[in-house]
Design a protein around this ligand. Sequence first.
Ligand code: ASC
Length: 150
Amino acid sequence: MKRPLALLALTLLVATQPVAAQFAKVGDAVDYRQSVFVVMSYHFGLISKALKGEIPFNAQEVAANANLVQTLSKLPWGAFPAGSTTPDSHAKPEIWKDPEKFKNLQQQLQSQTEKLASAAKGADQAAIKEAFGNAGKTCKECHDTFRSKH
Ligand code: ASC
């Protein structure tokens, strides 16, 4: 394959299968998903600070952060191979005992971050705040059920 074609094929693969990452070791999957959650939490936190007035409310930055959160919310779920817990992992066995509930919460997060990104394109801060709150509640609901505090 010529290089531009190979690059295009790779780009399409990555673009259409963001969650199909393959991991050689369990620890790699844990590192991958934790990295995504750290970055997602960082950008989610910036939106929180802007809404609370702890940093200036810059609409473009809030929208950019919301877009990042939306994109990032798609990524961790391909990195939960069955039973993938390590001493560093906070994943509870319930993830693999109740996969339907776990999946529902993933989808809920993705639809709510989509709504957040959509609200953040407009000037209505109350709407952004509401969408932000709903997304945050889903983070918490999933953590309460599926994430250990250790
Ligand atoms: C965050 C973050 C979470 C969620 C959660 C919301 O900023 O890191 O895990 O919000 O605390 O309840």
